[in-house]
Design a protein around this ligand. Sequence first.
Ligand code: PLP
Ligand code: COI
Length: 345
Amino acid sequence: MKNLEWGKMSFSYTKTDYIIYSTFKDGKWTPAVKTADFNIALSSYAGVLHYGSSCFEGLKAFRGVDGKVRLFRPEENAKRMIRSAEFLDLPAPSIEQFVEMCVMAVKANAEYIPPYESTASLYLRPLLIGSNPQLGIRSSVESTFIVMASPVGTYSGDKILVPGTAVVGRNHDRAAPNGSGSYKIGANYAQSLHPYNIAHKQGYRELLFLDASTHSLIEEFGSSNFFAIKGNTYITPNSHSVLPSITNASLRTVAQDLGMKVEMREIPLVELDSVDEVNSCGTAVVITPICRIDDKIRLEDELPSHVYKFTEECGVKSRALYDQIIGIQKGTLDDRFGWTMFVDC
Ligand code: PLP
Ligand code: COI
């Protein structure tokens, strides 16, 4: 294992040794190769550079209490990438190829899998891009699939469940009602960069998007899904323009298993005055508590029109959910839902 400062890591890029690479050309995928050269050769006419034909995934490998390495639900990421690629009409790897290349990336960079004791993990970033030269607006017929790996900490370094603030503004939307919001495509993130920068400059950790038609319903954060705890109920939005988060789906299963009620429904922003705990959830953020949401008409406004306040510390029910997910991922709890896949390295 590398001697890195695991405790100081945040969610940022650390150079590792290899990426795994395959291209779809002439109707078939080339055999996946491991390469230490992180630069890829791409025509300047490649569709990804002009028309944004790109989708990606994020999943983590953990070193367990037993020393074994586990990937969390890689097949779910594979299915979601296939769905995103279908939306872009981009040739996609099969579930088997996706998982196999993720396993190769973990094995090739095994020395960068953080120790069990640390809060860090090895983040995998599978990326699929349209790579053939073209000029007209059309989907790419050739694609390049790469799996990268980087050790990451939580958003708060070695601390977990540190509450942050979020902001809502009605003059920036993440996704159109019948648009691409539920796909993990680069274009959705391009759309969020500018409003994110405004929010970050004002000191907010997160940006919460509302539905683009009425600006009254909660959709999701720029980096993650939204869930709240109201009494003994786990509530999370159901919307066609929200990314179907694998973490959120797993939390709903765990919440039910812990005897909580689960509601996936429209959540008016104003309902936040009557919820107990609010969190963002996703692979990168895991569960990150939100202690305050400032509601602004325009994101650039200095003062909010309303302030929603929640528990200063992570709430008890959110903590219980966090412990379950991390326990399963790191092997301290029984994998009773069959979510982990061992990687021999
Ligand atoms: N929503 C957005 C916009 C995201 O980027 C992510 C991260 O992948 C999520 C939600 C959470 O999804 P998952 O739990 O599958 O990582
Ligand atoms: C993830 O959680 O995997 C994401 O893609 C979100 C992004 C903040 C990296």
